[in-house]
Ligand binder design. Structure first.
Ligand code: ADP
Ligand code: ADP
Length: 226
């Protein structure tokens, strides 16, 4: 789905990514783990075209990502950040409908799709009428997920999606999200600093440090390693 070849990204003197070679297979869940500052978020932002490599290239389905084709690219990708990244001045349905509306979806179509996804993501239907501040952390996260799924993207990119949640809610949502990913068969790339979470979700774990990939493999092979 994605192929990265010798991708470098610097911020002044700071190394973001330092020669990343990575292949992300369709339908698989890949977890990016590593300490803070390792380059996980930078890597995720490159996949969606929120930033660009200084050197090397990012390919999506064999084609080099192009700035002039970014809108089409982003429509195929759902992006979820911590706490859902919701706009506080819009209610949940306003948030999830933002992008579909720019594509000309009617309110009825937005409502129907949101209701369908709310059932799938186990969000009570009345929560769609509430503002982010009136929702629990877990509900905000679900709304973020619904927003990301509205256009039925092929890829889901999740940046610390459960980072802000308390352990119990986190555990429940982990289980639900995993079941959901299996059912939807999407390509998922997940950033976390929680190794257990990565092992729970991922087919492949990629361990980053200082902008480099230091280890990569199935959870079992990585976690059983001496
Ligand atoms: P992680 O997600 O693993 O915590 P990041 O990808 O956010 O790491 O950051 C990798 C490195 O790049 C860090 O040293 C960070 O400070 C730096 N960095 C990331 N984004 C920027 C930016 N916009 N400006 C300057 N430095 C940045
Ligand atoms: P062009 O129309 O010349 O392909 P783009 O607008 O797509 O230019 O990209 C502008 C710059 O961003 C390019 O010069 C290139 O350095 C960089 N860039 C764009 N896409 C990629 C990519 N997939 N991989 C690496 N660098 C890229």
């Amino acid at each position: 789905m994605f192929d990265l070849h010798q991708v470098h990204r610097r911020y002044g003197a700071t190394v973001g990514l330092d020669g990343i070679d990575l292949r992300i297979a369709p339908g698989e869940t890949t977890a990016l783990i590593g300490p803070s500052g390792a380059g996980k978020s930078t890597l995720l932002r490159l996949l969606i075209g929120l930033e660009w490599p200084d050197a090397g290239e990012v390919r999506f389905e064999g084609e080099r990502l192009r700035r002039d084709a970014l809108l089409a690219h982003r429509r195929r990708i759902g992006y979820v950040i911590q706490e859902g990244g919701l706009f506080p001045h819009l209610d949940a349905i306003g948030n999830v409908g933002l992008l579909p509306r720019t594509l000309g979806w009617s309110s009825a179509r937005i409502e129907a799709r949101a209701a369908e996804l709310a059932a799938l993501c186990r969000l009570p239907a009345d929560a769609l009428r509430r503002y982010p501040a009136e929702l629990s952390g877990g509900q905000r996260q679900r709304v973020g997920l619904i927003r990301a799924l509205m256009l039925d993207p092929d890829v889901l990119l999740l940046d610390e999606p459960l980072g802000a949640l308390d352990p119990i809610v986190r555990f429940d949502l982990q289980a639900e999200m995993r079941a959901l990913f299996e059912r939807l068969g999407k390509t998922v790339v997940l950033v976390t600093h929680d190794v257990a979470e990565a092992a729970w979700f991922a087919d492949t774990i990629v361990l980053l440090r200082d902008g480099r990939i230091v280890q990569q493999g199935a959870p079992r092979t990585l976690l059983d390693a001496p």
